[in-house]
Design a protein around this ligand. Structure first.
Ligand SMILES: Cc1ncc(COP(=O)(O)O)c(C=O)c1O
Length: 409
């Protein structure tokens, strides 16, 4: 289902939003995290896939591939660690910690009795657990019933204490809030709620690194135009989309690209927010193969950025996502094979739906001169799930990717 947002604007990036999230603080976050052992020192690849572009009838199709951002295998490695650093700096100003020293464990003796807590669908918790381990503090992660044991093990590997609840993601958020209050543990969440905005703002701001790299990686004269006409952003609570779109909006102002939000049908909280004109809840079961997008409630802070900037909202089915995973894994003579996880491929699934329907494509302005970007936000973060859906392991796809690259030499 496609919804055109009547509140989207092509004004300059508003000053009140810039006070909350800005290019300059995104750059500071990038700098502070640059020495973290769990982050790649290089930018993640921006692959051009001419075969997909041709089939979709667009001029160019790019995939920003976050699978290699970190051994944690998702873009979330950019959010939780910077939020943890900024939280410690705020809570302990008298210590005069050096932010770069925090993430390399220089102050672990001072922080061993400090505990943070978060609810998670998997990727955020894994990034927070790894960041807490690097910093030298304790971490408690609350998991909802639908998080796979494979994802649980991946979090526990970084020394976090895991608490499992019976309910869904939103109930895990409530349970976390209770435990935090009882024990005096600060919450490091990627979603905001009433009275809780600073930490999720820092998480979102961390994702701005992706936009910074995108601009560095594209050759179009940035003084003239944005290299992308259409940017597909997948949504859970909306934080990733807000972090990336706000940066591009501030850089390109009225010439910002068209932003298209993509969500699972069963977890359509952002779509519903657009329809209702306020942060809303999902209408479906909030269970999806796209585990990272299976969120039932919009982050109100993220919504402040998305409401005026996302032009279209679209929902997709699990089958659409699985088809897109297979397409990217397969590759072709012209297109490099890519390991893209369940939540990573939502943008490609959405593009395929749009170009099948000429009315919808016209409405969104996608055509032969479009330069389309998707952000593959994760690789095989749940390797067994990946293999069962794609019919090939992530290692095998990775090996075909290397062979493909060798053939290009
Ligand atoms: C791989 C992946 N992509 C996208 C998202 C969506 O991010 P957000 O919840 O900030 O909208 C998530 C969230 O966990 C994720 O894990």
């Amino acid at each position: 289902m496609l919804f055109e947002n009547p509140r989207a604007s092509r004004s300059v990036y508003p000053a009140d939003l810039q006070e909350v999230m800005s290019v300059s603080s995104a750059h500071q976050s990038r700098d502070w995290l640059s020495s973290w052992e769990h982050l790649s020192q290089n930018s993640t690849p921006l692959w051009s896939l001419p075969g997909v572009a041709k089939e979709a009838g667009v001029a160019q199709f790019w995939v920003k591939d976050e699978s290699v951002r970190s051994p944690l295998a998702s873009f979330k490695a950019l959010g939780a660690p910077i939020a943890l650093i900024r939280l410690i700096l705020r809570l302990m100003p008298h210590e005069s910690f050096d932010p770069r020293g925090l993430i390399t464990g220089r102050y672990q003796n001072d922080l061993r009795d400090f505990t943070v807590i978060s609810a998670t669908d998997g990727n955020h918790g894994r990034a927070l657990a790894a960041a807490a381990q690097s910093v030298g503090c304790k971490c408690v992660i609350v998991l909802h019933a639908n998080v796979s044991t494979e994802r649980e093990t991946a979090i526990a590997e970084y020394g976090a204490q895991i608490i499992r609840i019976d309910g869904n993601y939103d109930e895990s958020v409530e349970h976390t809030a209770k435990l935090a209050e009882q024990n005096g543990w600060p919450v490091v969440s990627d979603t905001s709620y009433e009275g809780y905005e600073v930490v999720p703002r820092d998480v979102m701001q961390g994702y701005g690194t992706i936009s910074a790299e995108l601009i560095e990686q594209t050759t179009v004269d940035i003084q003239v135009a944005c290299p992308f006409t259409h940017v597909f952003l997948q949504g859970g609570v909306g934080g990733m989309a807000a972090g990336i779109s706000s940066y591009l909006w501030e850089v390109y102002q009225e010439q910002r690209p068209t932003f298209i939000m993509v969500e699972p049908k069963q977890a359509d909280c952002l779509y519903q927010s657009a329809v209702q004109g306020r942060p809303a809840k999902a209408t479906g079961s909030v269970d999806s193969v796209m585990a990272g997008l299976a969120c039932g409630e919009t982050s109100p802070l993220a919504w402040r950025f998305l409401e005026p900037s996302v032009d279209f909202f679209l929902t997709i089915s699990d089958e659409d996502a699985i088809g897109a995973m297979r397409l990217l894994a397969r590759g072709s003579a012209t297109d490099i094979p890519i390991v893209a996880g369940e939540s990573g491929v939502a943008g490609l699934a959405a593009l395929k739906i749009l170009v099948r329907d000429s009315e919808a494509a016209k409405k969104v302005g996608i055509g032969s001169d479009s330069r389309v970007l998707i952000i593959s936000t994760e690789g095989a973060t749940a390797p067994a799930v990946y293999e069962s859906l794609v019919g090939e392991s992530a290692e095998a796809v990775g090996a075909r990717q290397r062979n493909w690259q060798l053939k290009q030499l």
